[in-house]
Design a protein. Structure first.
Length: 239
C-alpha cells in the first residue's frame, strides 16, 4: 500500500491554521461575566450588556447572590443575547418605576436562572421582559410586573417558558402574565396574573398556544380566558 507523509514544514503550517481557526471559533461567541450587584459601572450587568456582541452569553461570578436594583430599564439592541445566572442567585428589580429588560432587535433574548420582578412598562408592553421578536425564559421567575398595555410579565413574538414561574403580573389590556404570537409553556407555573380590561389573564397568544406539563391557575381577566386565550383558537394542551 502506498503511503503519504506530510513534510514537517507543511505540518507546522497546518498546525497554525488549526490554532487560528480554533481561536476564531472561541472568540466568535464570547462569555462576559458580571462581578457585582451594582446598577452601573465596571462589572455591573448594565455595563456588561452594553459591551456585549451578538451571540454572546453573559454569566455571573460564581456564588454572587442578591438583588440588582435598576435605576432604568436594561436595554439591548443585539439580535441574540443570553443572560445566564447559573451558579449565582440573582434578582433584577425594576423598583416599580420602569420595565426591567427591553430587547429591541429581531433575534432571541434568553434569560436563564434569574428572578425578574417589580418592572413597570408604563403605557407599554412587557413589564418584566419585552422583545421585538423572541424570548426564551428558562429556570426563572417573572413576578409582580405591570404593563400599561399587553403582557404584564412578558411580551414578545415567539415566547418559550421552560421550568419557570410567571406569577402575580398585571396587564392593563391583554395577557396578564404572557402576551405573544406563539407561546410555548413547558414544566412551568403561570398563576395569580390578571388582565384588567381584555383577554388572557394568564396567557394571551395571537396565534398558537402550547402548554405542556404545566400548571395554569388562579389567573383572572375581565373578558375571555382567565387561564389562557388564543385569538386564533389554536391551542394545544399536553400532559
Amino acid at each position: 500500500m502506498d503511503t503519504f507523509s506530510v513534510p514537517p514544514r507543511l505540518n507546522k503550517v497546518l498546525y497554525v491554521c488549526f490554532l487560528v481557526t480554533g481561536l476564531y471559533l472561541l472568540l466568535s461567541t464570547s462569555v462576559a461575566q458580571v462581578t457585582n450587584l451594582d446598577d452601573a459601572g465596571p462589572g455591573s450587568l448594565r455595563d456588561v450588556m452594553a459591551a456585549a456582541a451578538d451571540g454572546d452569553t453573559i454569566t455571573f461570578q460564581a456564588g454572587l447572590s442578591g438583588t440588582i436594583n435598576t435605576a432604568s430599564e436594561l436595554n439591548t439592541a443585539l439580535p441574540n443575547l443570553t443572560i445566564d445566572a447559573t451558579g449565582a442567585t440573582i434578582t433584577v428589580d425594576g423598583q416599580g418605576t420602569h420595565r426591567v429588560f427591553n430587547h429591541t432587535s429581531n433575534g432571541t433574548f434568553t434569560i436563564i436562572n434569574m428572578t425578574i420582578q417589580n418592572g413597570n412598562a408604563g403605557g407599554g408592553d412587557g413589564g418584566g421582559v419585552r422583545s421585538n421578536r423572541n424570548i426564551a425564559i428558562l429556570n426563572s421567575t417573572v413576578t409582580n410586573n405591570r404593563a400599561g398595555r399587553d403582557g404584564g410579565g412578558i411580551s414578545g413574538r415567539d415566547i418559550t417558558v421552560t421550568n419557570s414561574t410567571v406569577s402575580d403580573n398585571v396587564a392593563d389590556d391583554s395577557g396578564g402574565g404572557i402576551e405573544g404570537q406563539d407561546v410555548v409553556v413547558t414544566n412551568s407555573t403561570v398563576s395569580g396574573n390578571r388582565s384588567e380590561t381584555e383577554d388572557g389573564g394568564g396567557i394571551l397568544s395571537r396565534d398558537n398556544t402550547t402548554i405542556i406539563s404545566s400548571r395554569v391557575f388562579g389567573n383572572r381577566t375581565r373578558l375571555v380566558g382567565g387561564a389562557a386565550s388564543s385569538t386564533s383558537s389554536k391551542a394545544t394542551l399536553m400532559r
